[in-house]
Design a protein around this ligand. Sequence first.
Ligand code: IMP
Ligand code: MG
Length: 180
Amino acid sequence: MGLLDDVAEVLIREDELRARVADLGRQISKDYDSKTPLLVGILKGAAVFLSDLIRQITIPCLMDFMATSSYEGGTESSGIVRILKDLDQTIEGRHVLIVDDVIDTGYTMDYLLETLKARYPASLRVCALLDKISRRRRHVPIDYRGFEIPDKFVVGYGLDYGGIYRNLPFICVLKPEVYA
Ligand code: IMP
Ligand code: MG
């Protein structure tokens, strides 16, 4: 049994992801020209997206990571966000771009924006590969958005279910019996 046996439906193919990530990289390179932005990836979900995105950025940039937790392993956000790993550097006066895999309820990004805003960055923006807008509980301004997706729990391209499926190269929905 391989991972592919658990896949019910592919929502975003590998070539679609590649093309969209290239678009985002171009746009970010243009907008941050001569600003040396700090890209902040939210672990672990955004690791795959950020590693592809950064190679589509053609200007000098920096990279750091934060880790948060609100899911505790399931498919529903608890609404309480905790920082498990903070940035290695101060961001005062820096142009910060938070990079995440998916904005779902918005609790995580809302919390991150509040937290990082208090550290006086020169600017603070959000880049999200996926936007599940119908699930939003907190308003989140998304400056760079990959795809809007329906209210489905998805995995692949960094997104997991119970820690598994991050290495699938596309975004997909799993068979119902897998979530059971
Ligand atoms: P939010 O706080 O509800 O917006 O959730 C944000 C985080 O929950 C994301 O960064 C993901 O790590 C995780 N998440 C939300 N929806 C999904 C999904 O469909 N698949 C896998 N992880 C998800
Ligand atoms: Mg995440």
